[in-house]
Structures are given as C-alpha cells and as structure tokens.
Design a binder for this molecule. Structure first.
Ligand SMILES: [Zn+2]
Length: 125
C-alpha cells in the first residue's frame, strides 16, 4: 500500500482512458483521469442521472446521493481548474460547460422534487 503511494508520487500517472497519454493532475489522482476525460466522465454520469431523475420518481435517498455527487465533483472540478495548471481555451470552455451541466442537473432535481408551479417557465415574478 505504502509502496504504491510512493510510486504514485514519484511519477505522474497517465490518464486511464484508452489511448489518452495526458498526465493526471494530483487533484484527480483518485479518479486516474486527465482533466478532459474527467469532464467527459462527469458529463456522462450527469446524463445518466438526469434520465434517472427526470420523471421525479427517484427515491429520496438516491436524490440525496446525486446531490452529494454534484457537490463533490463540482468542488473537485473547481479545485483542479483553479490549481494553476496550464489549460487550453478549449479545455477551459469544456470545464465551464461541465459546471453548467452539474448546475442544470441540480436545478432539475429541485424542480422534480418540488413540483413548483413556476418550474416549467422558470419565471418567478
Ligand atoms: Zn485523458
């Protein structure tokens, strides 16, 4: 266990996504993904969860789990994006669009569970 940790520190690991040779930023060591593939995997997970919650009949526990997922990964994404790593403009745009996906999923959850009469139009005045 200790040996593995030391090896991981000694040399930057490579993204586990097939054919990707980008290195893994330390904030994403647990995921083993580069920033690009981390955002892609988040987008994928979000679209699955969205499908799961869109009908508003996901159990309460599952909704809490999803809210936890959004918070945790939003923070992780913010941390890696502001850690001073050089990011291309494309990658910055991708990070922002992933934030948007997370925010929209969160908003959808609230709408589905609240059944707000304002939910459809989004106008609250
Ligand atoms: Zn990658």
């Amino acid at each position: 266990m200790l040996r593995i940790a030391i090896t991981a520190l000694a040399m930057p690991s490579t993204c586990k996504s097939p054919a990707c040779k980008s290195s893994v930023p330390s904030a994403l060591a647990e995921q083993g993904l580069c920033i690009l593939h981390f955002t892609l995997s988040l987008e994928h997970a979000c679209s699955d969860m969205r499908r799961e919650t869109v009908l508003g009949n996901a159990p309460q526990d599952r909704q809490k789990e999803i809210i936890g997922f959004i918070g945790e990964n939003g923070e992780r994404l913010a941390r890696v994006a502001t850690s001073g790593l050089p990011l291309t403009d494309d990658l910055k745009a991708r990070v922002l669009s992933t934030f948007l996906t997370l925010m929209n999923l969160r908003e959808n959850l609230d709408r589905a569970s609240m059944r707000s009469p304002f939910g459809r139009s989004g106008v609250m005045r």
